[in-house]
Design a protein around this ligand. Structure first.
Ligand SMILES: Cc1ncc(C[n+]2csc(CCOP(=O)(O)OP(=O)(O)O)c2C)c(N)n1
Ligand SMILES: [Mg+2]
Length: 694
């Protein structure tokens, strides 16, 4: 009976949302009608099982709310339809399902992009048993549920996630994950071939297949319970294929008769799951049809009454109000005294002695990661070849021996799965440090940052977060190796993501001190951070001459950090300020020596933080200088220099000049640096700018 009530409420909300839209009081009407059977799936799960829901799962949320005391689900959902600032999940930013108390993180509209993180969240449950994080959110005996439509199954993101789940299970790694495919036979207007879902999912290794009829709540409940029990007891993934229908078209403005025959539409309507439930209840002697009709009508009236009140609630109006949740709130973390002396001696061994000697950036990043992992048990590394091999460039060498394969995870070869694993682990209190092997390979997974990780605090009103520090090896100048794909010199794709912090160190000491700050930002402030490591500087030792060790630095004391927004200023010359970062900082240091010999008093300003730009610190750093030269290894179009030029003209009276990379991809072999700034070009540009003779 309670399943029927949930179904009636779900239907009433759909109908009311359309009335609200007509009255211009509601703004988005993707509905759940025909998918009411999902209430029975909710009934088969525990309200503590995290659920990553398909947009048609209002019935699931409604039924889950009935399992938890003190919920006002009708009121809450209507607030979301009305985009009211009181909407408890998104604060008026979106019409979205979700609830913090019900363990339903809100999802984006991007098809399938929530599935990789569901795999990650399921993986986190087993990991948290062994390494419980301070902010653990999921129960040891919990499972994760993730639902989606039939057409969504074809998306490469979905396929990658299913494969990652199977690959994990195939190795007997626990993965308590229930996939639920709601098969209404269509995606907007495109039919799913008859039998396709069963044909492709019923025989997959590592993914047990269950099927039920979502039009029959008894069957759905029974099969969903079997599937959930299997997942919970065996800690293995399962695929629940539930037959549904879609009523009222795809969404508000969709008219299905433009692409379906009237007969087809009417046949669906005759198969209404609520009507089936009324019949089943009558057959079981639980309620007469007229009693059921009474519940349906009362529910509809109640929803309309509440809607009339909800639309009077305030909405967001200013940019400030909308943006208030772009940056997640800080969270309280237990203070630590840092790793103990014995632990460090045991873990570092002979490396401890080498810490007073100047070292390369690669080594200092490795030591920093080691100290951070010793200090914070919730840090987990993951990526392609980060474990046994220690990374393509050796940056993560020995970490697997120091911390074990459960904290230094060699993942399968799929960037979306790597980022999904990170996001999912963060849902359960871990501080993930995923690695993308090369910047060029971020792009096929970029939506996991742009569409998923960065937006989650925004449209959950800061209630759900996925802090992480994503390490990416990138930028150009690798002598004779790789060409474009290993020397990607564009960061445009990262710089316009609201709320994302992009850090780029140019030397080992900065890398250590910035990485500590990045982990602090993720752990304590729940920020999404990208740490871009210039590959060409990983092993760079010398600055001016072979053997001078001018680019090696000692390991900074563990208490030292470079705060977010703090720039590096080298020299106090007032003829010229060079604004730069990464490899450009290295080249500018080379140029600086020559320029000073030529009598041009120069300071080099290393930006360190590429997004958001440390505007005030930059303005202060260039003040008193007659000229500004921007040295930017990213491309002229869309590169960093564009923002720096704008910043200079908006905030200073100094007309800047820029030296940037050409709008080109990078070549391999002898011409590897031909399209990018060189030390000679910096010297020439500086001389021309300051009027110094050659
Ligand atoms: C990546 C992406 N591409 C396209 C869309 C547009 N879109 C929204 S829903 C949808 C169809 C989904 O069909 P299905 O997975 O069967 O779910 P249903 O709506 O039938 O429940 C499409 C193509 C989208 N939201 N995301
Ligand atoms: Mg569908």
């Amino acid at each position: 009976m309670s399943l029927y009530r949930s179904g009636c409420l779900c239907r009433a909300l759909d109908r009311t949302s359309r009335k609200m839209q007509e009255a211009k009081q509601g703004f988005y009407t993707i509905g759940s009608s025909g998918h009411e059977g999902m209430a029975a799936v909710a009934a088969a799960l525990r309200p503590t099982d995290m659920a990553f829901l398909h947009y048609r799962d209002a019935a699931f949320q409604i039924h889950r709310a009935s399992q938890v005391p003190g919920q006002s689900v009708t009121w809450d959902m209507l607030l979301s339809f009305a985009c009211s600032a009181d909407d408890p999940i998104s604060g008026g930013r979106h019409k979205v399902l979700g609830s913090k108390t019900l363990n339903i993180p809100p999802q984006t509209s991007t098809i399938a992009s929530h599935i990789p993180k569901a795999v990650g969240a399921a993986y986190s449950i087993g990991l948290a048993r062994r390494h419980p994080p301070e902010h653990k959110a999921l129960e040891d005996s919990g499972i994760v549920m993730c639902s989606f439509g039939d057409a969504s199954c074809n998306h490469s993101t979905a396929q990658g996630a299913f494969n990652a789940a199977q690959w994990t299970d195939y190795q007997s790694v626990p993965l308590p994950l229930l996939f639920v495919c709601e098969d209404n036979g269509i995606g907007i207007s495109t039919r799913t071939p008859k039998g396709w879902i069963a044909a492709t999912f019923s025989t997959r290794p590592g993914l047990k297949y269950f099927a039920c009829d979502g039009l029959d709540i008894f069957d759905t409940y029974r099969v969903a319970r079997d599937a959930a029990n299997y997942v919970r007891t065996c800690r293995k993934p399962a695929f629940l294929h539930i037959r549904t229908i879609r009523l009222y078209g795809h969404a508000g403005a969709d008219v299905p008769t433009t692409y379906l025959s009237r007969d087809d539409v009417e046949a669906e309507e005759a198969n209404d799951p609520l009507l089936h439930t009324v019949r089943l209840l009558a057959e079981a002697g639980a309620a007469t049809p007229s009693e059921s009709l009474g519940i349906y009508s009362e529910t509809a009236e109640r929803v309309d009454r509440i809607a009339a009140e909800v639309v009077t609630r305030p909405r967001l109006s200013t940019a400030g109000e909308v943006m208030a949740s772009l940056i997640p709130p800080p969270r309280a973390c237990k203070p630590t005294n840092g790793p103990g002396i014995e632990d460090r001696a045991r873990i570092f061994g002979s490396d401890l002695k080498a810490m007073n000697e100047p070292q390369t950036m690669s080594r200092l990043i490795n030591w920093t990661l080691t100290d951070l992992m010793l200090d914070h048990g919730e840090i987990v590394l993951m990526g392609e070849d980060v474990g046994r091999k220690g990374g393509v460039y050796g940056v993560t060498q020995k970490l697997i021996a120091r911390f074990g394969a459960s904290r230094v995870i060699d993942t399968l070869l799929d960037e979306q799965s790597i980022l999904g694993l990170g996001i999912g682990l963060a849902h359960n209190g871990f501080v993930p440090i995923p690695e993308i092997q090369f910047l060029a390979y971020l792009h096929n997974a970029e939506d996991q940052l742009r569409g998923e990780a960065a937006t989650l605090p925004f449209f959950s009103d800061g209630q759900y977060t996925n802090p992480m520090v994503l390490r990416i090896a990138g930028l150009g100048y690798q002598k004779g190796f790789g060409g474009h794909f290993h020397n990607d010199n564009s960061v445009a794709v990262l710089r316009d993501i609201p709320g994302l912090i992009l850090a780029c160190p140019s030397n080992g000491a900065d890398a250590a001190m910035m990485l500590r700050e990045c982990v602090r930002l993720a752990r304590e402030e729940q920020r999404l951070v990208v740490f871009l490591e210039p590959i060409a500087l990983y092993h760079t030792r010398d600055l001016h001459e072979p053997g001078d060790k001018g680019w090696m630095t000692a390991y900074p004391d563990r208490s030292q950090r470079v705060a977010l927004g703090e720039v590096g200023i080298y020299g106090d010359g007032d003829d010229l300020a060079i604004l730069t970062f990464g490899n450009g900082a290295y080249l500018s240091h080379q140029a600086k020596q020559e320029l000073e010999q030529a009598g041009i008093a120069t300071r080099v300003i290393d930006l360190r933080w590429l997004s958001p730009l440390p505007e005030e610190a930059i303005e202060k750093a260039v003040s008193g200088c007659r000229h500004v030269l921007i040295v930017d290894e990213t491309r002229r179009t869309g590169g960093l220099a564009e923002s720096l030029m704008a910043l200079m003209s908006e905030r200073t009276a100094i007309p800047p000049v820029r030296l940037c990379a050409e709008d080109s991809f990078i070549a391999t072999g002898p011409s590897y640096a031909a399209t990018m700034p060189s030390a000679e070009a910096i010297v020439a540009a500086a001389r021309a700018l300051t009027g110094a003779s050659a």
